[in-house]
Ligand binder design. Structure first.
Ligand code: TXA
Ligand code: MG
Length: 324
């Protein structure tokens, strides 16, 4: 499956025409690399699970880490995350800018399950680049965007860096020149309890602590904590049985390619036609729906290890692992 290599990647000019073109590609479910003050982001509409699955796919060797939802302003951010007083203070002091806030998901939020990797929290930031804020506003919703590089490569700070990795894999790059900050945003979690520094970045710990009037827990001075390590993984309440050939008594089924068709019990199919991008788009929301049905165990049909299947299987194995 090499379809991502058949596309021609357009370089969109900075300015109103480029903004309009980028927004229309996003609204159609396509991917556009967008300049931010930190690094270029690989953007897709955060509310569209197919677009988000395509983001993971375009990066190659994908893993379903939760993504940052980029919003045009604080008012949009408040529709996605629950702001406490500390979040309000940090947003006021540092947005637009290189700070990401991880907040409890707001009721009615639009960021899809896959973009949050199934978590009940959401990472939000208002980027400083005015072109990109214009694109987000014109696209009509938050834009999920990890750094616009292939998995394992360094983050891109020019359109040429983006094209070197993603030419032919995405619809377009919006030309915003070189990024000024060049390192990723600082990530702070405000999920009750002490505020935690999940990733050091463009805003220093000292600046954040000064605004908060309190210390940040998490990465100690000098020690770099990988954000993926601290992000608690979504885990269903039900036990999972992987590589199931059929349903057993009392099990709910998470199917792929119609294997459980006709079986008794509640079954949801990640992709009846066997499409891994569609399966990725449905993964977390279907797991949640089956879990909410109250089954003690969920049987999961075999999923090929190819393409996005690798990331799907990685998440399923984590979800199936015994927890203490
Ligand atoms: O500067 C940046 O932040 C760039 C530009 C494009 O905005 N973006 C970026 O995204 O660095 P990415 O995907 O490479 O890093 C996002 C990090 C992930 O490592 C993830 O663990 C963390 O944010 N994250 C996202 N949502 C989270 C959540 N709900 N809980 C904990 N961590 C979260
Ligand atoms: Mg990155």
């Amino acid at each position: 499956m090499q379809e991502e290599n058949k596309r021609v990647t357009r370089l969109l000019a900075s300015g109103p025409a480029g903004i309009a073109q980028a927004a229309s590609i996003l609204r159609a479910g396509g991917l556009v690399a967008l300049p931010t003050e930190t690094v270029y982001g690989l953007g897709g509409l955060a509310a569209n699970p197919r677009a988000v699955a395509a983001i993971y796919r375009a990066k190659g060797r994908p893993s379903f880490n939760p993504l940052i939802a980029h919003v045009a302003d604080v008012a949009s951010a408040r529709r996605e995350g629950v702001f406490d007083l500390r979040a309000e203070k940090l947003a006021e002091a540092f947005w637009p800018g290189p700070l990401t806030l991880v907040l409890p998901l707001a009721p009615g939020a639009s960021v899809c399950d896959l973009a949050r990797a199934g978590l009940d929290s959401v990472a939000l930031r208002v980027p400083a680049n005015a072109l990109t804020r214009g694109v987000i506003a014109a696209a009509g919703g938050p834009v999920a965007a990890p750094s616009a590089n292939l998995s394992g490569h360094v983050s891109p700070s020019t359109p040429a860096h983006v094209l070197a990795d993603l030419e032919g894999r995405i619809e377009a790059v919006l030309n915003g020149g070189a990024c000024l900050v060049g390192v990723e945003s600082t990530i702070v979690a405000l999920l009750g309890g002490a505020p935690r520094l999940l990733r050091p970045g463009g805003v220093s710990r000292a600046e954040i602590e000064r605004v908060l009037g309190e210390g940040l827990a998490g990465a100690e001075a000098g020690a770099l904590v990988a954000p993926g390590m601290l992000a608690s993984h979504y885990a269903p309440r039900a036990a999972l049985r992987l590589d199931a050939q059929h349903l057993e008594e009392g099990e709910a089924g998470l199917d792929f390619g119609g294997r459980f068709t006709g079986a008794p019990g509640r079954v949801l199919d990640l992709s009846p036609g066997g499409d891994l991008t569609e399966a990725a788009a449905n993964l977390f929301s279907m797991l949640r729906a089956l879990d909410a049905g109250g089954a003690a165990r969920i049987a999961v049909a075999p999923i090929p290890e190819a393409d996005l299947g690798e990331a799907i299987n990685d998440r399923l194995r984590r979800a199936a692992a015994p927890r203490g």
